[in-house]
Unconditional design. Structure first.
Length: 185
């Protein structure tokens, strides 16, 4: 997003066309950056106006600045900090908030949990019958490996092997789901 040094030099000498060129190039990026910090469109617009007004009012200074991009975003950051402090935003003490919502899940978390459980159920459903039975006895009936082995007439090591293979299949499916979610976001 660099801009020609010549444009900055002309702007520093009072060239309004050079200022407009700089403004068109940087305003959208600065606006996104400020909005990311403030999360309020009206405040973002106000802060951006302050930033670009400062640039015009202090334009002579920019003839000496080597990295205009970095300077602009540092200026934006400090302007946001000053803006917040002048608005007298009251910080919230997290320790003073009630704990009644601490253990509740959000609707998004509930959807993710249901989707994850559905995926696990689908993977288990497609396992070979013996592995599926062993997994269900372990996870749904909460039986120990020795108890499963005894009920099915298997060696404990066989039960452990089936559980390990079942968990590997589930982990692989979950990894794929997480990877695809990250890819599509």
């Amino acid at each position: 997003m660099e801009i020609d040094k010549e444009v900055i030099l002309l702007m520093s000498q009072g060239d309004e066309g050079a200022y407009r060129t700089m403004f068109r190039k940087f305003y959208p990026k600065v606006h996104r950056f400020v909005f990311m910090l403030l999360k309020n469109m009206d405040d973002t617009d106000d802060v951006c106006q302050i930033i670009f007004e400062k640039i015009w009012n202090k334009r002579q200074k920019f003839a000496e600045i080597k990295d205009f991009d970095s300077y602009l975003f540092i200026l934006a950051k400090y302007t946001v900090i000053n803006y917040i402090s002048t608005k007298r935003v009251i910080p919230i003490d997290i320790d003073s908030l009630p704990d009644r919502f601490a253990n509740e899940t959000s609707p998004h978390e509930e959807v993710v949990a249901k989707d994850t459980q559905l995926l696990i159920d689908m993977v288990v459903e497609n396992m070979p019958p013996q592995r599926q039975a062993i997994y269900r006895m372990s996870r749904e009936q909460c039986l120990k490996n020795e108890e499963i082995a005894q009920q099915l007439g298997l060696q404990k090591k066989t039960v452990e092997n089936h559980l390990n293979l079942a968990l590997k299949e589930i982990k692989k499916a979950l990894f794929l789901m997480i990877f695809l979610q990250g890819y599509w976001v």
